[in-house]
Design a protein. Structure first.
Length: 100
């Protein structure tokens, strides 16, 4: 195989230039103004919040089983959240046991 003539990378770029590019581009040095468009902040939705709750593994398994059962019955868009919202709509706080 014939080797192409030309210069090697080491002969084209000086070591300081390579280090500057690596430092600035890959290692978080100074930000370049050209070509660095900032992502616009979008307004947070106000009709819901993302929260974290804890559930026992057995309860999660029951919840997932219910979701799977509903999906088999044709409710394709059902999710854990949808099932929990449905339960909230149908529970009566006065019927809630004291020691649950």
């Amino acid at each position: 195989m014939k080797r192409r003539g030309g210069t090697r990378v080491n002969e084209v770029f000086e070591e300081d230039e390579v280090n500057a590019v690596l430092r600035d581009t890959f290692y978080g040095g100074k930000k370049r103004k050209r070509g660095s468009a900032k992502a616009k902040k979008q307004a947070k939705p106000e009709h819901y919040d993302v929260i974290c709750i804890s559930l026992y593994n057995e309860d999660l398994a029951r919840l997932d089983a219910m979701v799977a059962k509903l999906k088999k019955r044709g409710h394709r868009r059902v999710s854990r959240s949808a099932l929990i919202r449905f339960a909230l709509d149908h529970v009566d706080p006065k019927d809630f046991p004291r020691a649950y």
